[in-house]
Design a protein around this ligand. Structure first.
Ligand SMILES: C[S@@+](CC[C@H](N)C(=O)[O-])C[C@H]1O[C@@H](n2cnc3c(N)ncnc32)[C@H](O)[C@@H]1O
Length: 223
């Protein structure tokens, strides 16, 4: 009994958290909220500015495919690999992305386990938004850093990595503990040692009557 308690307390961001979260469709309103749509568009614009025609895009933590859909529409020649830990979310993504099924590969996996299956130096663009802090909360810092480095190895020379991350979610939201500013700053610092930082923007915007802060980062891979 006590063992069960400790397992839960030490590993609260495991697959169970996400399966539960995605028991119902679109728990974070990714398909309907203007806040999320604006955040996606900003990330797309960064990619477009630097690479108008990426051929291979890696998306980590793709949820039900809201951003995948926009990527596929924006970049008609891109083949997209979308990795998602929750089978509930991935099942819905399959339906949501039917029109682009010929060029989107959906993989139901934990990036920390699946990473060795990905070919090195393969992708032009990686988008890894709003999920590094879950991994960072589960894994030792050294392992998180190694994972970031290994994922960077999957990108081509001069490839682009784009990340959006919420900062300082309010108490009462479970992610409050994993999005504290010094923790998010830490991921930025780790990433900046692995790739060239080319953009860091901060936004304070409303979602459903509450103001949230997020940052968008872009890095260029230099081998
Ligand atoms: C907060 S949502 C963000 C979704 C999307 N990236 C966005 O920015 O709108 C985090 C997503 O990452 C997924 N995720 C969390 N940890 C993961 C992991 N280790 N491997 C793959 N997906 C993961 C979750 O299931 C969830 O769908």
């Amino acid at each position: 009994m006590q063992g069960g308690f400790w397992t839960k307390a030490l590993d609260p961001w495991s697959i169970d958290y996400f399966e539960d979260k995605f028991a119902k469709p679109d728990p974070w309103k990714y398909f309907t909220s203007i806040y999320e749509r604006t955040k996606y568009q900003r990330q797309l614009d960064i990619i477009k500015d630097r690479n108008q025609n990426p051929q291979r895009i890696l998306e980590i933590g793709s949820a039900e495919g809201a951003q995948t859909l926009l990527l596929a529409a924006q970049f008609p020649e891109a083949n997209i690999t979308a990795i998602e830990i929750s089978s509930n979310a991935l099942g819905r993504a399959k339906n949501n992305l039917l029109q682009f099924a010929d060029r989107i590969e959906l993989i139901n996996a934990d990036i920390a386990e699946y990473e060795p299956c990905i070919e090195d130096s393969f992708y032009d663009v990686c988008i890894w938004s709003e999920s590094i802090y879950y991994l960072g909360a589960r894994l030792p810092l050294t392992t998180t850093y190694d994972l970031l480095a290994k994922v960077m190895d999957k990108l081509k020379d001069s490839a682009l990595l784009v990340m959006a991350n919420t900062v300082g979610l309010p108490e009462g939201i479970p992610e409050h503990v994993v999005t504290k500013r010094p923790i998010i700053d830490c991921y930025y610092s780790l990433m900046s040692s692995l790739a060239l930082p080319i953009l860091k923007s901060n936004y304070l915007e409303d979602k459903l009557g509450r103001t949230y802060e997020y940052q968008i980062w872009a890095f260029e891979l230099k081998l």
